[in-house]
Design a protein around this ligand. Structure first.
Ligand SMILES: CC(=[NH2+])C(=O)[O-]
Length: 145
């Protein structure tokens, strides 16, 4: 397998951007992440810009993304994992447009650095609660030593 130059390899996880398809690392995600079968799998539910009472905070996708990523970081910590163990994210955006990508990319870069997960971004009509514009879930593979 060919790993693109500069792709970070967290213990046991292989991130691949095959030369046969577009290199998405400048866009903030890896095309392929391979986890060893011995890794512990963790599923994190969709995180949004909610406070502990479940109130939706922030009026823009950028602000909501910042707060949702804070909650995602807390959920990752609660699982015993680290951001570099995230193998896949799913990002849901209400009212999505390309103009939202920069703000989302900033949060991806801040949380994951060079350890870019695979990703699917899904524009949606609306999300669970009124005013909710951004949601992100994550799957982790935590290598077991
Ligand atoms: C295009 C895509 N998969 C993403 O996550 O932005």
């Amino acid at each position: 397998m060919i790993a693109a130059a500069g792709m970070a390899q967290a213990e046991g996880l292989e991130r691949i951007n095959p030369p046969t398809i577009v290199d998405t690392s400048p866009w903030g995600f890896s095309q392929v992440v391979v986890a060893p079968s011995s890794a512990k799998t963790v599923y994190i539910s969709g995180q949004f810009s909610g406070d502990k009472e479940g109130n939706v905070l922030g009026k823009t996708v950028g602000k909501q993304a910042e707060l949702a990523f804070d909650n995602l970081r807390k959920a990752i910590e609660a699982s015993g994992g680290k951001p570099e163990h995230v193998v896949k994210i799913q990002v849901l955006v209400a009212g999505h447009g390309e103009d939202k990508l920069h703000a989302i990319g900033e949060q991806i870069s801040k949380l994951f650095g060079e350890h870019l997960p695979a990703s699917t971004l899904i524009p949606v009509d609306r999300l669970a609660l009124d005013g909710m514009l951004f949601e992100i879930d994550a799957t982790l593979a935590i290598p077991q030593s």
